[in-house]
Design a protein around this ligand. Sequence first.
Ligand SMILES: NC(=O)c1ccc[n+]([C@@H]2O[C@H](COP(=O)([O-])OP(=O)(O)OC[C@H]3O[C@@H](n4cnc5c(N)ncnc54)[C@H](OP(=O)(O)O)[C@@H]3O)[C@@H](O)[C@H]2O)c1
Length: 325
Amino acid sequence: MRRVRYHEYGGPEVLRVEQAEVPVPGEGQVLVRAEAIGVNFVDTKYRQGPEAGAIFQRPLPGTLTGDVVGTVEAVGQGVEGLAVGERVAALVAEDAYADYVLAAAQWIVKVDEGVDHGSATMLPMGAPVALRVLRTGGLTPGESVLVHSAAGGIGHFALQIARLLGAGTVVATAGSDAKLEFAREHGADIAVNYTEQNWTGAVRAAVPDGVDVLLDAVGGDVLRRSFEVLAPYGRAVTYGAASGDLISVPVTSVFALKSLAGFNLTAWRTARPEQARAEMDELAGYVAEGKLTAAVHATVPLAEAAEAHRLLDDRAALGRVLLVP
Ligand SMILES: NC(=O)c1ccc[n+]([C@@H]2O[C@H](COP(=O)([O-])OP(=O)(O)OC[C@H]3O[C@@H](n4cnc5c(N)ncnc54)[C@H](OP(=O)(O)O)[C@@H]3O)[C@@H](O)[C@H]2O)c1
């Protein structure tokens, strides 16, 4: 079978297609034949190596994560409730860019035949993150929400889920006109370019009382300035640092009755496994009912994985980028 790895850090061109044996599932694992692989932003950072910053380190040879939808080919010892031939989606932690992948059975999602590739690849990770960051922010119906980097994979799901949860005004930020238009098409009432100096003024003009829940995975200056647009009792949730900038937020940012919470999927699943599992089923239901759909920006052959990374490096992707074997 083919798999993609990198043996040096650098640009997308370091991704190499190589031949490997089809892996054998160990205890608690499932072998999946890939139908499509959702590309995650974090791997573009790991691929860059030390220059990407301290939180994005992976040793060489570099393997890639991915959200794989496909068919169960074999099950390892101790796996219950999953059978050969079933269509599933899984967050694959290593060697996800491959014809066959190994996945931990615990967090696999069963996927109806009618569900499209792109939406299916959001079920193991992107959708649970989008839902849980909104709930970590304590969103209640009618409250306003701001989603940063809203045209990204997780961002455009957060917009749609905010709507499903009954949010009031939904504000999106992103870095280009095309992304702002895309965010409006996916549920934002207002879209603001946060690369412009006065983006906070534009948000304040649209939501004069400030936003109640704010989601950020950019970090740095974007997170620091976010407190200017947060309402009293507003809650900001940080769940990533795409900018690579891990500046601290001064404690004075939250003096005016504001708060900042952090979210990480692994920490959430460890702390509340049953609730995490129930939310995956809730999201699979929204997708099966057509209430939640992924926009696929590009579907790229596995052998051209570098092209998929180039789209993310260039910040060109609207929604999801997929690889297909
Ligand atoms: N906490 C968790 O458990 C968890 C799990 C999965 C993912 N994440 C994080 O969630 C975020 C979204 O993930 P995703 O896979 O859906 O990615 P994505 O949103 O599709 O891509 C990342 C986005 O970040 C924005 N960005 C801002 N500054 C950037 C910079 N300096 N370089 C590149 N992009 C920059 C870009 O949007 P603009 O061009 O509009 O600025 C880009 O579209 C990532 O930060 C990821 O690490 C967290």
